[in-house]
Design a protein around this ligand. Structure first.
Ligand code: MG
Length: 368
């Protein structure tokens, strides 16, 4: 089987509510999404999506995905999409790095491989759990009262896992964490996500002041060096996501005991082919996982759901439904949707959901 045609679509995905990170330092209102359609000489069609969380969150650039695919297209055309490692190597030879640009191609290849085998992607990855996957909310950084209001909005939709954004001001963060913990329900899991905003002294002050609350924090510093400095000084469990980009990062975190949780974001790490190796490092070292899209539509959420299914239930802490934060739906309600705070893995071969091409507009580039 050979890839014969690559069509690239660009679509803006507006957020329903403006969203702040790092104590209001970063504001987001619309996501730049790239959708990729791979066609093959066997008649099978696969879809991929690459949607970074804006341009300012981490080094990933929506227009850069489309430019990257333009550069890689000659190497991708002619590849057998079922041989995902071969496609990975072809892309790496043509364009080192730029993992976020490779992720949608990788996703579309897995979609085709699953369809060819008659299996959902999760089963192509070795099979796994059919438990409903708990969705983590994403609660932007605001005042304690606004935080409670946003969490209640998610609670009404059944969410029991929440990622509450903190960072930026020590006193405000301590107040906000104490406030959220005071109204946390017994069956809720809350992750306090700093998104790199704390310096080392800020991290130590907040984590020391809240240590008795039994909380968990995500990405409490800018770099792995910062987290390595903080780790021995606190008993609070740490999740790392933004500093988890390469397999080498995963190996260092596991070997040096820098974190107890991986936040694996598919677009950032380059797609399923690479993310599954991080999963294996995590499980081999007693590290639990959140598995998520970096952002995007039901397609990106579904890709993450397939990998999440291959992680034992006790080690898989949550997925994300970024789709719930958008004003547009490019798949007309098809695919996994929130049911009582959970997503249900599709059983159709491949990814299990494709977009409405009409909702994407005309292709911005076609390579054949
Ligand atoms: Mg995070």
């Amino acid at each position: 089987m050979k890839i014969t045609r690559i069509s690239v679509f660009h679509r803006d995905l507006p957020l329903e509510h403006p969203y702040w990170l790092s104590g209001g330092r970063l504001k987001f209102e619309v996501l730049d999404a790239t959708f990729v359609k791979l066609e093959t000489d066997a008649g099978l069609i696969g879809w991929g999506e690459g949607t970074p969380w804006g341009h300012t969150y981490v080094p990933a650039h929506g227009p850069g995905i489309r430019a990257g695919i333009e550069t890689m297209a000659p190497a991708i055309l002619g590849c057998d999409p079922r041989l995902t490692v071969n496609v990975e190597r072809a892309m790496d030879l043509q364009l080192p790095g730029h993992l976020y640009a490779k992720s949608p191609i990788d996703m579309a290849c897995w979609d085709i491989a699953g369809q060819a085998a008659g299996l959902p992607i999760a089963d192509m990855l070795g099979g796994g759990s059919r438990r409903l996957a708990p969705i983590a909310s994403s609660v932007g950084a605001t005042t304690p009262q606004e935080t409670e209001a946003v969490m209640n909005r998610y609670r009404q939709r059944g969410y029991k896992v929440h990622s509450v954004k903190v960072g930026g001001d020590v006193e405000r963060d301590i107040e906000r964490i104490r406030h959220v913990e005071a109204f946390r329900k017994p069956d809720e899991r809350i992750l306090y996500d700093v998104n790199r905003a704390w310096t080392r002294q800020q991290a130590m002050r907040v984590m020391t002041a809240t240590e008795g609350l039994g909380i968990m924090v995500e990405q409490p510093g800018e770099t792995l060096d910062d987290i390595a400095a903080i780790r021995p000084l606190t008993r609070t469990p740490i999740s790392v996501d933004e500093s988890l980009v390469t397999l080498q990062d995963a190996a260092r975190i596991a070997r040096d005991g820098l974190a107890e949780v991986f936040g694996i974001k598919l677009n950032r790490v380059g797609g399923l082919t690479r993310a599954r190796r991080m999963r294996d490092i995590a499980l081999a070292h007693g590290i639990d996982c959140f598995v998520m899209a970096t952002g995007g539509s039901v397609l990106a959420d579904t890709e993450a759901l397939h990998l999440a299914a291959t992680i034992p239930d006790d080690n898989m802490l949550g997925v994300w439904a970024c789709q719930d934060m958008l004003t547009v739906d490019i798949a007309s309600g098809r695919g996994p949707r929130n049911i009582d705070g959970c997503l249900h893995l599709p059983e159709a071969p491949g990814l299990g959901v494709h977009p409405d091409e009409d909702a994407l507009g005309a292709a911005v580039a076609v390579y054949s």
